[in-house]
Design a binder for this molecule. Structure first.
Ligand SMILES: NC(=O)c1ccc[n+]([C@@H]2O[C@H](COP(=O)([O-])OP(=O)(O)OC[C@H]3O[C@@H](n4cnc5c(N)ncnc54)[C@H](O)[C@@H]3O)[C@@H](O)[C@H]2O)c1
Length: 313
């Protein structure tokens, strides 16, 4: 049995490698080769979340589950907001193969999936990035977006200006060629952006349509429940809208369910999944004026595919 620690995950699961794993996993989910039953997210008596996310990687005879906590009260403390392990089993005898740290897998795979979506949907000449929320996801999103577009300028907005500054200090040593700016507001952060990543646990939508330039690509990542969202209904309605998994979006995604309940959009507003885009089954961006929006809920197949790579390869 193999145990892959957080340090070992960080060393082996690089963003380019993870993006390749995510492309395969999302295509396999789209074709039905990989499968994932409904995830369970329990809200604990203290209001924090405890999740069980199972998935089966059909073609490789492995299955498993991510078991993790999402404690937003940990923001700004020494504890990460997501902690747990991804457990891996082989499907010939059902034997347990190993487990890998879920904090780092969650950080890296979420950024990697947004990187894949950005590669498919952002304008080729996109060079200005806005990161809203300067936590763990901001790190992986910066790295993933820089893999797929020639980013020159990065605006960072966080409720805590100190966290924006710490993030920029850390990332400047890795990306000395980038011009970083601390934004005072989310509006200021996105004003010039070609790519926007929303990476916060905000309970209320804050990204307004009138702030966003034509031609922008948005990765909306921070919220994943029917009642929470970061993007306003008007901006969702204006956007070409893509899911990580369409079924999950219809069940869990506030960014979709709330404007739908308001009558602003219907089911046809969902263009399809990133897997379908990768397979060429649906259309992506068709003009430099369109706003594209990828909404990430986070999928167990992404986690289990990372665990297979970390425990077996
Ligand atoms: N969709 C997915 O697959 C997925 C995966 C992992 C995490 N998440 C979610 O992404 C979000 C970020 O995760 P993380 O690990 O980076 O968290 P984190 O705790 O490391 O950082 C979150 C940051 O957001 C800031 N913030 C909170 N509300 C804000 C607001 N309204 N405007 C601007 N900044 C704000 C906080 O100050 C903090 O610095 C969380 O909500 C998390 O649950 C989603």
């Amino acid at each position: 049995m193999k145990i892959v620690t957080a340090e070992a995950v960080r060393e082996k699961l690089t963003i380019p490698k993870c993006m390749a794993i995510m492309r395969d996993a999302l295509c396999q989910l789209e074709t039905g080769e990989a499968q994932q039953p409904l995830r369970t997210v329990e809200i604990l008596p203290n209001g924090e979340a405890f999740g069980f996310m199972p998935a089966y990687l059909g073609n490789t005879d492995y299955f498993g589950a991510k078991i993790l906590t999402a404690f937003h009260a940990n923001m700004g403390t020494n504890y990460p907001s997501h902690m747990g392990y991804v457990m891996l089993f082989e499907s010939v005898h059902g034997a347990f193969v190993g487990m890998a740290d879920a904090t780092v897998i969650t950080e890296v795979r979420t950024g990697a999936v947004s990187g894949v979506a950005t590669d498919l949907l952002a304008r080729k000449d996109a060079n200005t990035l806005a990161l809203i929320g300067a936590g763990a996801q901001a790190r992986s999103h910066l790295r993933a977006v820089c893999e797929v577009r020639s980013i020159k300028t990065v605006y960072v907005y966080d409720l805590s200006e100190a966290r924006s500054k710490t993030f920029i200090d850390e990332m400047t040593s890795e990306y000395p060629q980038l011009e970083f700016h601390v934004a005072k507001t989310a509006k200021e952060a996105v004003a010039d952006a070609d790519i926007i990543c929303t990476l916060t646990p905000s309970q209320a939508p804050f990204l307004e349509s009138q702030w966003v330039k034509p031609g922008t690509h948005i990765n909306a990542v921070g919220t994943f429940s029917p009642t929470t969202r970061e993007v306003t209904s008007e901006l969702v309605a204006r956007s070409k809208f893509y899911a990580d998994q369409v079924e999950a979006m219809k069940r869990e995604c506030g960014e979709y369910l709330i404007p739908k309940a308001e009558g602003l959009i219907d089911e046809t507003h969902i263009r399809g999944s990133i897997g379908a885009l990768l397979l060429g089954r649906i259309e992506g961006r068709t003009s430099d004026e369109e706003v594209t929006l990828f909404d990430a809920l986070g999928l167990a197949v992404e986690d289990v595919a990372c665990a297979r790579y970390l425990c077996v390869e």
